[in-house]
Design a protein around this ligand. Structure first.
Ligand SMILES: [Zn+2]
Length: 60
């Protein structure tokens, strides 16, 4: 078997832009297969979680 490298065209968990990530993760969370704490983006502030100014991800 020839193992040629293949790139999956559209992986929702690896979006290229912040807008794509927000859309993908909002949808994933709403449909129940992504835990809020597993998000790479902040739903509250609409930015990357690492850039989030607040520490609300692990709160409560
Ligand atoms: Zn935030």
């Amino acid at each position: 078997m020839n193992r040629s490298p293949q790139i999956t065209p559209a992986l929702p968990l690896f979006p290229r832009t912040l807008a794509d990530a927000l859309l993908a993760e909002d949808h994933a969370e709403d449909t129940g297969w992504l835990e809020p704490l597993d998000r790479m983006t902040c739903r509250v502030h609409r930015r990357w979680a690492r850039d989030c100014p607040a520490r609300h991800r692990r709160a409560s």
